[in-house]
Design a protein around this ligand. Sequence first.
Ligand SMILES: Cc1ncc(COP(=O)(O)O)c(C=O)c1O
Length: 394
Amino acid sequence: MKQTDFNQIINRHHTGSVKWDFIDRYLQLDETDLLPMWVSDFDFQCPLEVRQALHHRVEHGIFGYSERDDQYYQAVMDWFSKRHQLPLQREWFTSIEGVVPGLAILIQLLSQPGDPIVIQGPYYGSFAKIVTLNGREVLENPLAFGPQGYQFDFDHLEACFEQRKPPLLLLCNPHNPTGRCWTRDELTQLMTLCSRYGVTVISDEIWADLLLPGETFTSVLHLDESWQDHVISATSASKSFGLSSLRISNFLIPNDQTRNAFVERLNAHGLDVFNALSMTAATAAYQQGETWLDALQQYLANNRRWFEQALAYAAPWCKMTRAEGTYLAWLDCRALGLDDNALQQALIHQSKIAASMGVSFGEQGKGFIRLNLGCPRQYLESAIAGLARLKPSL
Ligand SMILES: Cc1ncc(COP(=O)(O)O)c(C=O)c1O
């Protein structure tokens, strides 16, 4: 086994990969020869240390009921303390297989059917899905888009709070799809408002480790301690280390009552058993994956810089928004003058790219697309060649 080579092309077909094997089924397309730049998982092998730990565990050969052990907790706590200067308390931990299912259960627990729940558009599509499928209403507080990039619209947010009295706000930090990593000042302003109106903030921090050079991540748990009763942070090693199908995520809930109620809900669904391989992988990643993650971040930063420059040259009509984190590119395609359906058709038939269409991120995403830059450079070259085939109609 070798350490990951980020330039290596690895065939992911016939591995049950949603991104590579299910383009036609999920996107309802007939085309199968598209470059998949949609789902946010990357096309790199996970760290060698994680693969070795998994091999070792598989060799053991017994996969009975399993529970998170001391090593698991310590690995997560050490990681957050070292990487983000965030001391976590062990009693805050609750775990569930994924961030999205955890968010859904918290929505059920902390709001009533019909309640409005605030999300900031353009938003990660699963946020709207779990809000509406759980019988709640999406109350959108669109991000303001200006020369400084995307920012919270606090005036609109306050009006939402006053008029609709939502119990919850779902925050995404760093933000999918824009890549904004909210600053301490922005989060402080947000929390000041939320605490004035009694709104609990569930912060999805799954992208926290994937920052561009020089950027820092601020968790809701970094903020004033007096707010801790009203914040929840959702984390996972899955995005950082490419472990999305090895399901385990942590919800850090400082409020005892909320945490106990959440754990009770998990028990009520029999969700109190953990996957041995998931825990092995997450523990190894947090314990031994730091050098690998540094190298990944460097590769992703270079990918982003290269892509932005190539785009400016080959497809100047397409504007890339400034990001501080994630490996997602949020691209403004409105200069093409196409509606979203025509834009998708052009991407499929002319560019040969399977993109995430901006409209799936709500109203604010119209005319935009999201591309996943977490791939070997060679794929980015194909994507640029494909985008260069599109021309704005004069
Ligand atoms: C913001 C955000 N939250 C959650 C998820 C998915 O998390 P999980 O697979 O743990 O449910 C994603 C995946 O793209 C995401 O972007």
